[in-house]
Structures are given as structure tokens and as C-alpha cells.
Design a binder for this molecule. Structure first.
Ligand code: BG6
Length: 498
């Protein structure tokens, strides 16, 4: 649970573009409900949900109620539901219709004068990316975005562009209307508890931070594996692939938190600046380099938990000859004093044998001199930061096996617990919405971080586009293509499946 630590007046109206969409029903409304439950929403608050279909606020609220019952982390309690229900309004308009923005202006002015929210507004763009610029222009043309004496915040869901050029174009457009400090670019992984915990683990534990470098760390592994396939999102995914869907954003953000220098303080800009330096220090890739250090995959048919599933190419709205990657593994280096020489292996895939998001820090082993025994190799120290579905920390170290004379065994200390809320944990959106209200942008990406991560991702995506791969190359339910295992085995290492 997030505790209320804010002394600021958080009064505001939150406008959701895409109010009938999947994200709103699956994530945003449950998050708002749980914020009501935890008493974190301000007294003066309202949500205006915008959708294309004609419907009454009453009907819309009923639909939200249904979604909450399916998705909410906390059970639906009539008292809290009534509270939320009374905050929600539905407004029909099509973003391409200029008159709609006028309707929105009238609606906001009426609510603001009635609820005394002081003119503070959050515009949450939970719409397909092709509408981002259009909506922002509409807000600008109809003077919805800047009221004097009040704040306005723009929240943008991913993807932020599909490459560096489109991301820059989008950003320029946003900057015509909003200051950088009012733009909240969502990367929901940053809202997850264990991602926020990376800094605490590193900077509040002498035993970890003093060993956190190429001198003591052999390699770092970041794996975001998912059992599910692309489901109903084939149309989107086909133009995205794992590089754009997971690597350019979530994995790069995690990598930057794992590898960054301690910031001078915990202020938003200090942290973002250190994260940016990591992304900028990622070693440049040449095509030759990528040949040996990048693995792409696409899932074929297989079984997930014993149930047969179709191949990616057979998914809805995916062409039968698709060359989109549903799996990526990369070995990369961060060329700075702290990390030069320590490889970072990253991996993400759909339809994998298990769903798990983990960071493994493998420490260098001590010389096998004293406790050497034929056929036995000492296990390395491992620190595993478990993001989901298990949440917590695992640590492996060597100890004497008390049941024998001389044997050594590895002890596995595990503080993690199973979090049944698989997937985009609702807590992530709760935390993010609460931070938007408080005006804390620490868990959102700054433009230069996004720019640097596209610079990195574009090269890999271009390389993948030019090469022919023999897809599908891994069975659904497996742990990815065999080349992903080779990527590590040729270095004498392996993916840790703890
Ligand atoms: C989203 C991707 O950003 O993250 C999805 O678009 C992916 O394809 C999802 O499934 C994973 O998030 P989580 O929170 O379920 O691990």
C-alpha cells in the first residue's frame, strides 16, 4: 500500500482519452478504485472518460463496475465503489471532431466550478499512438491545456514513437504545447515495487554497493519472460516486435537503474541524469558485433502448461509469413569505469516456458583452490531481484554441508513471496497515477532517456530488418531459441533459472 505523504493540494480533474479502451478498464479504473480504497485520492477530484460511442455516464459506470470486479486487487466494497462511481463522468466524442474539444471545455468548466478543483487537469492519453499528436493539437487549439494559476499534466502511454525520428517528431509536437516538466511518459515497469527497490538495495546496503562493479560482478542478466502470446494484440505487435515492445523501454529502464552511479540526491532530475549516462555508455553496435551478440526468435506451435497453442504466425492479425521477433536476447557492454568488461545479458520473449521477470547479479567466483573436489564446482554468489510473479530478493552463498565431513553446498536465501497479481501489477498504475497527481515525475522517462534508448534500439531493429531469420525458431513453452543459450555458453556462462 502506498502511504499518503503529500501535503500538497492534489485536487484535479483527470481526463482519460480512450476511456472505453482496454487499458482504462484493465488498469486505470482498478488503480483509481484502489486509490479510493487506500484514501489517496483528493477530496476534490473527478474523472472524465472520453470514448467514441454514445452512452450515458450511468451505463459507463456499470461497465467500469464489471471490470473492477474482474481486475481489482482489493475486493469491491460498496462504500468505496459508490465513492469512485460518483467521481466518474463519460463524455462522447471522436478525437478527430473539433467540436468535441469544445464539449470537453464546457464539461471541464462546469465540473471545475462545481467541484472546486482549481483548474488542475491531467490529460491521460490511453489511445493508439497515431492519435497522440492529434489530441495534443486539439487541446492546444481549444485552450484546454494552460489555465493560469493551475497545473496541467500530460500523460503519454507507450510506445513513444516507433524509432528515433518519429519519437523526436512526437516530442517536438508535445513541447509546442507542454513543458517537459508537465509531460509524464509512462513506463509501467518503473511503477513496480521491485524496480523501485533496486536503488534501495544498492544504495542502502554496504555489502552490495561496495561490490557493485566489474571488479566483483561477473555478469548481469535481465530476463522478462512471458508465457502468454500476443493474444488480441497481433495488429499492434506485428509492427512492434519484442525490441520495441519490451527492450527499448522496460529493459533499458531496468538496465539503467541497475548500472547507474549513485545520484547526488533523490530528486527526479538527479536520478534521471544518472540513468541517462548509463544508456549513453552502452557500447555501440556494429552489424558484425550484432551477428555474435544478438539473438532473435519467433515462437512456433507448442504447449503452455500442457495446452497446445498456435504459432505467432497463426495469431489473429498476424501475416502467415511474418518476420517480427517475439524473442530477443542481447549481450551488451556498458563502457564506463564501473562496468567495462562485465557483460549484461538481456532477454525477453513471449510464449516462454514460464512467466518471470528477474535480474540476476552473478558475482565473480573465488579461485577453486582450497575447497576443490573432483567433479564438484563451487556455485557463484547470486543476487536475484525478483520482479514478478515472485517479488523479493534471493541470495545464494556457499556454506558447509553439516551432514557430511567436507562438502560444500550452496545455501539459498529467499525473501520473495508469490504475488498472484501476475502481469502489469495493479500497484504499478496506482503508484504512477498517485505520482502524477503529486507532480513527482521520478518514475517517468525524461525525453533524453527516450532519445538515447531509441539511438540504441534503432540500430538493432535495423539489423534485424535486413537479415533473414529462419522463423519460427523456438517452440511455444520452451525458453527461447537454442542460440540464446549459446550466447552465454560460448562465454562459459548460462542463464540462471532460479
Ligand atoms: C507491455 C507490453 O508494455 O508490457 C506487453 O506491451 C507486455 O506486450 C507487458 O506483455 C508486460 O508487462 P507486465 O507488467 O505484464 O510484465
Amino acid at each position: 500500500m502506498i502511504k499518503n505523504q503529500s501535503k500538497k493540494d492534489l485536487s484535479a480533474i483527470m481526463v482519460i482519452f480512450g476511456g472505453t479502451g482496454d487499458l482504462t478498464h484493465r488498469k486505470l479504473m482498478p488503480a483509481l478504485y484502489n486509490l479510493v480504497y487506500d484514501k489517496l485520492l483528493p477530496e476534490r477530484f473527478a474523472v472524465v472518460s472520453i470514448g467514441r460511442k454514445e452512452k450515458t455516464s450511468e451505463l459507463y459506470r456499470e461497465e467500469v463496475f464489471k471490470s473492477l470486479n474482474e481486475r481489482s486487487r482489493n475486493k469491491i466494497n460498496p462504500e468505496y465503489w459508490n465513492k469512485l462511481k460518483n467521481l466518474i463522468y463519460y463524455l462522447q466524442f471522436d478525437f478527430t471532431d473539433q467540436q468535441g474539444y469544445e464539449k470537453l471545455r464546457i464539461c471541464l468548466e462546469e465540473l471545475e466550478s462545481r467541484l472546486k478543483t482549481g483548474g488542475n487537469r491531467i490529460f491521460y492519453l490511453a489511445v493508439a499512438p497515431e492519435y497522440f499528436e492529434l489530441v495534443v493539437q486539439g487541446l492546444h487549439d481549444h485552450k484546454l491545456s494552460a489555465l493560469s494559476g493551475a497545473w496541467t499534466r500530460l500523460v503519454i502511454e507507450k510506445p513513444f514513437g516507433r524509432d528515433l525520428i518519429t519519437a523526436r517528431k512526437l516530442n517536438n509536437k508535445l513541447n509546442e504545447v507542454f513543458d517537459e516538466s508537465s509531460i509524464y511518459r509512462i513506463d509501467h515497469y518503473l511503477g513496480k515495487e521491485m524496480i523501485q527497490n533496486i536503488m534501495v538495495l544498492r544504495f542502502c546496503n554496504t555489502v552490495f554497493e561496495s561490490l557493485w562493479s566489474n571488479k566483483f560482478i561477473d555478469n548481469v542478466q535481465i530476463s522478462l519472460n512471458e508465457k502468454h502470446g500476443v493474444g488480441t494484440r497481433g495488429g499492434y505487435y506485428e509492427h512492434s516486435g519484442a525490441m520495441r515492445d519490451m527492450v527499448q523501454n522496460h529493459i533499458i529502464q531496468i538496465l539503467s537503474l541497475v548500472a547507474m552511479e549513485p545520484p547526488v540526491n533523490l530528486k527526479t532530475e538527479s536520478i534521471r541524469t544518472e540513468k541517462l549516462k548509463v544508456i549513453q555508455a552502452i557500447e555501440d553496435f556494429t552489424p558484425e558485433h550484432l551477428k555474435n551478440n544478438a539473438v532473435f526468435g519467433q515462437y512456433g506451435r507448442g504447449k503452455i502448461d500442457g495446452v497446445p497453442v498456435v504459432s505467432y504466425r497463426e495469431e489473429d492479425r498476424v501475416p502467415a509469413d511474418s518476420t517480427t521477433e517475439t524473442f530477443v536476447a542481447l549481450k551488451l557492454h556498458i563502457n564506463n569505469f564501473r562496468w567495462a568488461g562485465t557483460p549484461f545479458y538481456i532477454r525477453t520473449g513471449k510464449r516462454m516456458g514460464k512467466t518471470s521477470a528477474e535480474i540476476v547479479i552473478q558475482f565473480k567466483s573465488l579461485p577453486d583452490i582450497l575447497y576443490f573436489k573432483e567433479g564438484y564446482k563451487q556455485e557463484p554468489n547470486l543476487l536475484v531481484i525478483r520482479i514478478q510473479p515472485n517479488v523479493g530478493v534471493f541470495f545464494q552463498f556457499n556454506t558447509k554441508d553439516f551432514s557430511t565431513h567436507n562438502d560444500i553446498i550452496s545455501a539459498k536465501m529467499d525473501t520473495s513471496y508469490f504475488n498472484p497479481a501476475l502481469g502489469n501489477t495493479p500497484e504499478a498504475y496506482e503508484r504512477l497515477i498517485y505520482d502524477i497527481l503529486r507532480g513527482d515525475a521520478t518514475l517517468f522517462s525524461r525525453w533524453d532517456e527516450i532519445e538515447a534508448s531509441w539511438l540504441f534500439a534503432d540500430k538493432i531493429i535495423a539489423y534485424r530488418g535486413e537479415k533473414k531469420f529462419d522463423f519460427p525458431n523456438y517452440e511455444a513453452g520452451s525458453m527461447g531459441p537454442y542460440r540464446s543459450f549459446e550466447l552465454l555458453s560460448k562465454d562459459g556462462r548460462r542463464w540462471w533459472e532460479i
